[in-house]
Design a binder for this molecule. Structure first.
Ligand code: SF4
Length: 227
């Protein structure tokens, strides 16, 4: 375990030297939890660029608040989300979630700051369309709670790097990564593993020969296409 934590820390150091973190991650500015939730729902099964474009388009039409989105016309929300795909499902999720936040939490997600992590996580995951990844993103990004969101890049890259077993699902990867990294590094590690996944450790053709952590990776050079 000590060796694994040391390797994780070396991986993190190498990633920090090569990739920049976004300004918001370096500042103490807190992200609005409802906006983070909306962006995470929109980003499902699409690129970051298209998710951002859809979020901008939605922001131009509506205030990004539970009250405004719960009252918004579904067809208008769908139109705004078109560029990110799955607009019908995502619009329905956003409207239902907004309504639930109004009914259960008086229109505010501020409970994430005061409730203990697991209680806040369970409350978020009871909202329509909110799974563990969305809940963990909101809790880590907005309330700096000690949880490690696992998206598709983090899942793939951490398994190839041997930071999580290959045969575990979301909770298993989350637990392994939380044990590998220091809690103060969860946000950086999450963002930097995503950067590694996009730049080198791609799903279909990982660029192992030029990868900046190849000397720390047990899968380097393996025939790992698609794994
Ligand atoms: S060496 Fe290859 S498998 Fe390992 S992290 Fe880099 S790209 Fe991914």
């Amino acid at each position: 375990m000590a060796d694994e934590a040391k390797r994780a820390s070396e991986i993190l150091r190498a990633l920090r030297e090569s990739f920049a973190l976004p300004k918001w991650a370096l500042s103490n500015e807190a992200m609005d939890p409802f906006k983070a939730l909306v962006l995470t729902v929109i980003s499902q099964n699409t690129s970051d660029r298209n998710a951002e474009r859809a979020f901008e388009s939605l922001s131009k039409k509506f205030a990004i608040t539970p009250d405004s989105l719960s009252k918004a016309d579904a067809a208008d929300v769908e139109e705004a989300l078109k560029v990110a795909g799955l607009q019908r499902v995502k619009a329905k999720t956003l409207k239902l979630t907004s309504l639930a936040i109004l009914e259960r939490f008086n229109g505010s997600l501020d409970f994430i700051y005061s409730l203990p992590l697991e209680e806040a996580r369970k409350a978020l995951m009871r909202l329509p369309g909110v799974g563990p990844k969305t809940a963990d993103v909101v809790l880590l990004f907005c309330a700096k709670k000690q949880t490690f969101p696992v998206d598709t890049h983090v899942n793939r890259v951490s398994k190839r790097l041997g930071l999580a077993p290959r045969d575990v699902s979301y909770e298993g990867v989350r637990k392994s990564l939380q044990e590998s990294f220091e809690p103060r590094d969860y946000l950086s590690a999450h963002l930097l593993l995503i950067s590694l996944g996009r730049a080198y450790c791609k799903a279909r053709r990982p660029s192992c020969s030029s990868c900046l952590v190849k000397s720390l990776c047990p899968s380097a050079g393996d025939d790992i296409k698609g794994r």
